[in-house]
Design a protein around this ligand. Structure first.
Ligand code: GDP
Ligand code: GDP
Length: 467
């Protein structure tokens, strides 16, 4: 897996769920437009632990006594923008003649029938157990894609032993430790690569779902309309003006160098003057809604005034909507404030550290840089960082500035994994969440942003306690 800046696997557009709801573990309703992944295997191999890790559930009903089972559970998970439903089965144990064992096997079989992908979980320390070949045969007959998950690979030795599981002839063998979180990111990469494209097929007729979405925000009179109109007049730009080209009549579909982009909430800006009196148009709600539907907010400021508190507030609002931000300093023909100074101020005062593009809607200077810069931000917010790179960075950061201490206890950061893209979401496992301070959290966020070149991109870190 490469480290960063991979092209988006599945570009998505304006109408998908945004922000937190996109990466939070969902409830147990099966959305049938999401692929279903069944977790099967013998009792006690770690299916439940794996299920909890992937769905982000904490109420682990984990019991180390073989044969102890639970109700079938179901939960939502997401990786790199792909959502799927996990089914945790009680476990296959066909040799077990007890009623409980048979019930468990029945549950597993039902799950296989419902599944689009099967995770066959084994205990790597045990290797292929007697009976595994029969189960493998049964799984193969299901004609579903299968990933063999060698769990309990807590160390390299177990990982080496797990290689014997290729002999099952079922498909890729992926080594993980569900309990310690080892290699979970790499495993999830393989998992989403193996998912059938259910959601994509559902929306194939809808190209808008796949286009990056940008909005133009800012105070009145900074030049938003002028910039938009100038951009739409550029030669590289094709404007699709047919009615119904976008889902929302206030949006505009454009093509820039062959790349389709949806400009969100542009109707008022395009009809210059008409909505001048429409105070509502500039209200926070409207802006928040536009940012909420966008991947990138282009926040326009007026060079004659520099970057004001209100401009910074607009950047924060975009960040709040999980939107990447680009600051555009317009009216460059009238004033040329020191960009280095301004960049420093923005870095100190705005959480996302957006970069600044200077331009003039009147003489056209700098305009050509706006859309390419926004597209770069879009790509960056879809970055996938490898678990390996993240944990190397985490180790270095912990050395640079040890975690805050409370009494005798000090925050210790155990593991960092990316759990979502567009924008990137990370899960940080620590010894005790209550030791995390606001200050340290911000520091960490900023250092990760610098380290992985994510300025202007929201970086969302979910902190969890893991003893
Ligand atoms: P299930 O019956 O297959 O659902 O298995 P559980 O999830 O209940 O796990 C059984 C036991 O294995 C529990 O004691 C877990 O803590 C332990 N376990 C699960 N995953 C790992 C792992 O990656 N490494 C180690 N060492 N133990 C694990
Ligand atoms: P909006 O309210 O943010 O959409 O701002 P407008 O696009 O309506 O622009 C407000 C005023 O600023 C208008 O009089 C524009 O002609 C003027 N304006 C916009 N961009 C520029 C620019 O780059 N340079 C100069 N000199 N004037 C500009």
């Amino acid at each position: 897996m490469s480290e960063a800046n991979q092209p988006p696997k599945r570009p998505v557009g304006p109408d998908r769920p945004r922000g937190r709801e996109r990466h939070a573990a969902r409830g147990s309703t099966v959305a049938r437009d999401q692929p279903v992944v069944a977790v099967v295997g013998y009792p006690n191999v770690g299916k439940s632990t794996l299920f909890n890790r992937l769905t982000g559930r904490r109420e682990a009903v984990v019991d180390s006594m073989p044969g102890v089972t639970r109700d079938r559970r179901q939960g939502g998970a997401e990786w790199n923008g792909r959502q799927f439903q996990l089914l945790d089965t009680g476990g296959i144990d066909e040799s077990d003649p007890t009623p409980m064992g048979r019930q468990v096997a029945a549950q597993a079989i039902v799950s296989i029938d419902e599944a689009d992908l099967i995770l066959f979980v084994l205990d790597a320390r045990v290797g292929a157990a007697p009976g595994d070949l029969e189960v493998a045969e049964r799984l193969r007959r299901s004609k579903r894609p299968i990933i063999v998950v060698a769990n309990k690979c807590d160390n390299e030795e177990a990982e080496a032993r797990a290689q014997s599981l290729w002999s099952l002839g079922l498909g890729p063998v992926v080594c993980v430790s569900a309990l310690h979180g080892r290699s979970i990111g790499d495993f999830l990469d393989v998992l989403v690569d193996s998912l059938p494209d259910i959601a994509i097929e559902d929306h194939d007729d809808d190209d808008l779902e796949r286009s990056p979405a940008f909005c133009i925000m800012g105070r009145p009179n900074v030049g938003k309309s002028s910039i938009l109109n100038a951009l739409l007049g550029e030669e590289r730009m094709i404007v699709h003006d047919r009615p119904g080209t976008t889902r929302d009549p206030v949006d505009t579909l454009i093509e820039f160098d062959g790349q389709e982009i949806v400009l969100i909430d542009t109707a008022g800006l395009r009809r210059r003057g008409q909505m001048r009196e429409d105070v509502e148009h500039y209200s926070q709600m409207r802006a928040l809604d536009a940012a909420g539907r966008s991947d990138v907010a282009i926040v326009v400021a007026d060079a004659t005034e520099g970057i004001t508190e209100a401009d910074l507030a607009a950047c924060d609002l975009a960040a709040h909507a999980h939107c990447a931000t680009l600051l555009v300093l317009n009216k460059w023909d009238l004033a040329q404030p020191d960009l280095e100074d301004l960049t420093g101020r923005v870095r100190r005062k705005s959480r996302q550290h957006p970069s600044i593009v200077a331009c003039s809607a009147v003489d056209g200077e700098g305009l050509h840089r706006i859309i390419p810069a926004a597209l770069r931000l879009y790509e960056k917010s879809r970055t996938r960082l490898s678990t390996h790179a993240l944990n190397n960075a985490l180790r270095a950061l912990a050395e640079e500035r040890p975690g805050p201490r409370h009494g005798k206890r000090r925050l210790s950061m155990r593991f960092l994994v990316q759990t979502g893209v567009g924008p990137p979401v990370f899960r940080l496992e620590v010894n005790d969440r209550s030791l995390m301070t606001r200050d340290y959290g911000f520091w960490l966020e900023n250092r990760l942003r610098d380290h992985f070149d994510l300025s202007g991109v929201p970086v969302d870190i979910e902190v969890r306690t893991r003893e």
